[in-house]
Design a protein around this ligand. Structure first.
Ligand SMILES: C[S@@+](CC[C@H](N)C(=O)[O-])C[C@H]1O[C@@H](n2cnc3c(N)ncnc32)[C@H](O)[C@@H]1O
Length: 256
């Protein structure tokens, strides 16, 4: 539909999000739902509203980028991270770790907690996202009960404080170890020399062509033998063609 092509261009101009790299069907469905829910008459009216209403723009960005996340998401994967990945990259080394598409920070804080518990010392804990509102939430470190539900009780007791309204705040000792930055996976330059990169539950929204381009960029950003972790629904077909080897679940290791 011509209309939708124009909408993609307008969204790119207003929000800086390049929807041509995302799966059309999924994005269109989401946008149509938004238009309906907000009783907008057309894509044009959506664009006008985005243009003049900052709050609507921020909410729409959050909705479009789908920044759902929670602590220790996929317990089995975190078990392997704790038992194998973090010890291996920390052996005689201060690892550089990057959570790409970090959203509200739950993933990188989970990693930071595990590093702390094992007394491993990272040289960099980097968390990046396209969505500035999600990054602000990450920096604030305040979470809803459902976002911390997967956190082992011993870590809740040690690293979180429960507020009177039921929200949970992560401890400053964990928060201050992480660097949060705005970074667009489609356009920004990727830093190098990482021992571990997590890019989970982000790929599914991209076209397969974009997925391939991004996987290649991530592999280039890894040190030899570095680990790359994707979401559990994002298994990489033919990892060898990227110079990766599957370790377990959705955890890969650079073979060079
Ligand atoms: C579903 S969340 C995943 C959060 C976390 N990695 C996890 O697995 O719980 C997807 C995140 O990817 C981010 N994202 C989407 N497109 C992006 C892009 N082009 N560059 C950087 N981040 C992007 C969204 O803003 C969102 O916060």
């Amino acid at each position: 539909m011509v209309d939708y092509e124009k909408l993609k261009r307008d969204i790119n101009q207003i929000l800086g999000i390049d929807l041509t790299a995302y799966k059309d069907q999924q994005m269109r469905r989401r946008i149509n739902q938004w238009v309906e829910r907000h009783q907008l008459n057309s894509y044009n009216q959506l664009v006008e509203t985005l243009d003049k209403d900052l709050e609507h723009r921020e909410k729409f960005t959050g909705y479009l980028t789908i920044n759902t996340s929670n602590f220790f998401r996929d317990t089995k994967v975190f078990d392997v991270i704790e038992e194998k990945v973090l010890p291996e990259i920390s052996r005689g080394n201060r690892p550089r770790i990057w959570s790409a598409g970090a959203s509200i920070g739950a993933e990188i804080y989970s990693i930071t907690i595990l590093m702390n518990e094992a007394r491993f010392t990272p040289s960099l804990l980097l968390a990046t996202d396209l969505d500035e509102t999600a990054l602000e939430k990450a920096k604030a470190g305040v979470y809803l009960p459902n976002q911390i539900a997967g956190t082992p009780q011993k870590y809740l007791d040690k690293y979180f404080t429960k507020k009177s309204n039921g929200d949970w705040i992560i401890d400053e000792s964990i928060k201050k170890q992480v660097i949060f930055k705005k970074h667009d996976l489609l356009r920004s330059v990727y830093e190098r020399d990482f021992d571990l990169i997590l890019c989970r539950n982000v790929f599914i929204y991209f076209t397969s062509e974009t997925q391939k381009r991004l996987i290649n960029s991530f592999v280039q950003s890894l040190k030899p033998s570095g680990f790359f972790i994707v979401g559990s629904a994002e298994q990489i077909m033919d990892p060898a063609s990227y110079g990766l080897q599957r370790v377990s679940y959705c955890i890969y290791k650079k073979t060079l």
